[in-house]
Write a protein of this length. Sequence first.
Lengths: 330, 330
Amino acid sequence: MVNHVKISGMGKYLPERLVTSEELEKKMGLTAGWSYTHSGVKERHFVNNETCSFMGARALELALKDANMKYEDLDAIIGASGSFDHPIPYNSCLIQKEMDQENSGTPCWDIDSTCLSFVTAFDVVSYLIEAGKYKNVAIVTSEISSKSLNYNEKESATLLGDGAAAAIISKSTPEEGSMIIGSLMETYSRGAFYTSVKGGGNTIHPNDPDSNPDDFTFNMKGRAILEMAFDKLPTFLKKLFVQSQVEMKDLTLVIPHQASKLGIDMAKQTFGITDTQLVNNLANHGNCIAASIPMALHDALRDGRAKRGDKICLIGTSAGLSLGGIIFVY
Amino acid sequence: MVNHVKISGMGKYLPERLVTSEELEKKMGLTAGWSYTHSGVKERHFVNNETCSFMGARALELALKDANMKYEDLDAIIGASGSFDHPIPYNSCLIQKEMDQENSGTPCWDIDSTCLSFVTAFDVVSYLIEAGKYKNVAIVTSEISSKSLNYNEKESATLLGDGAAAAIISKSTPEEGSMIIGSLMETYSRGAFYTSVKGGGNTIHPNDPDSNPDDFTFNMKGRAILEMAFDKLPTFLKKLFVQSQVEMKDLTLVIPHQASKLGIDMAKQTFGITDTQLVNNLANHGNCIAASIPMALHDALRDGRAKRGDKICLIGTSAGLSLGGIIFVY
């Protein structure tokens, strides 16, 4: 299955407030350097008053500028995030509102596969464009993790960050040659609770008198995630490569979810990803849930690390536990 | 755009606990009969200990049985709900887990457009099936509103209910003739906060010391929703009919979101929907967010109100404010 779509433009938004690991280490009573050694993060951005929809709208404005398009060129806005401003309404309609387009009628809906939301949305949207339903679709991923950090869980509290990225996906012409050549997703719910924010929905409701503040924060079982991920990833990647008719050496860029330093290092070693191929923004962004992959893609493209016609692989794991990957000709 | 898909089977789950309007009226100090007069609801079901994923899995089991399929026949599970068990992980992977299929690898991801989630998912999934990516996909909608009721807001507290429905969507053969012949969505975020549960995400975090219990409950501005909906619906429905090349008289069933008694009555009158066409389960289910439409469809099919080849329209509004509709040959 080949879908003839291209990324017409991308945008990124980072909250103004920069939080160094030194600052976090002091706050959490950790020894100097603990964060970088264990999580691989030197600095990350945390929101002050920015919301998911605010950051998403700013990223989308930049993506439209990059694509040389106006809001009116968009046929749909897809929110693709693991976090959200409000349980109801959903993210993408609020992004439309933040764009001052509240009477536009542009259809908005969300896709959620936690950290893989952008990858899932890119795949799904490509079918809608290939079939001619839409011409230009915005995928907006905007994540705030800083409000849900558990400062007693140092691994995740020093790892996570906030940020947003947006991409405009458009129909490509045969001359352009941009296309998605492979995509795959697998979910193994044995690992469903390896990453969680358990409270905030119906099971542990905020008004539940038995709930406690820790219920509403991140919980990550890093070792269990890594074990399961690297048990499944070799076969998964092989399937994705066969489907896409590529080998590792054919890929100009490999952009893994910035799950953790150890995860990225293991992926590099296990699959023989070179430094030239690997895009790694963990040290100065942290793990920004689903925004990590599109932010890394944005920066790599801005830095000229891939040109039209090059093959790029986005790959990662998410809460679920899900594995997801997509290979496309940029 | 015509997508050749069919509903192979459906299932429904209602929580065991039946809550009469009499019970609610006593609890809320309302006069006898207030609920039915104002919200149109005589009785609804509320969960005891059931979760969204538990109800969804039971509905999916019944849908598989109805389709004469096994779990292994499914290529993907799409969660399509406005409410959720946990902020992370997402609904569909937990439904997989509840099906005792935690090592199956079946891809799971969620779509959210609040009350229109099932309609959006049906449309999106039809493109994935038409293109041959998947053969059989489960869409599972499972909603719990009862944990987030604000008993000081009598309009919504007497209106909402809990429940779940699942549908198996499959490729149809030319002989079968089942297909989606039209679909449309529009989002007008001017009405984004006409329906909301504002607290529970990043904007009003459960651990925010300034939050209060009301923040984590439903707020509905019924009159504003109706005004905006009926300002937009006539043009919207006309576009959907033109695209689908049908008129109202061609439709065997019209299944509106069970938003409110007044909304359904106004739709009936404005668009000339006959009693034979209209499916209305509000009185004994309440408004079950995105589960209302597929539960009503399930019951109408069970009751023999449509046969293969008949044309059915699903239509509604959701938080967003979004309008969505789909017309298909069953």
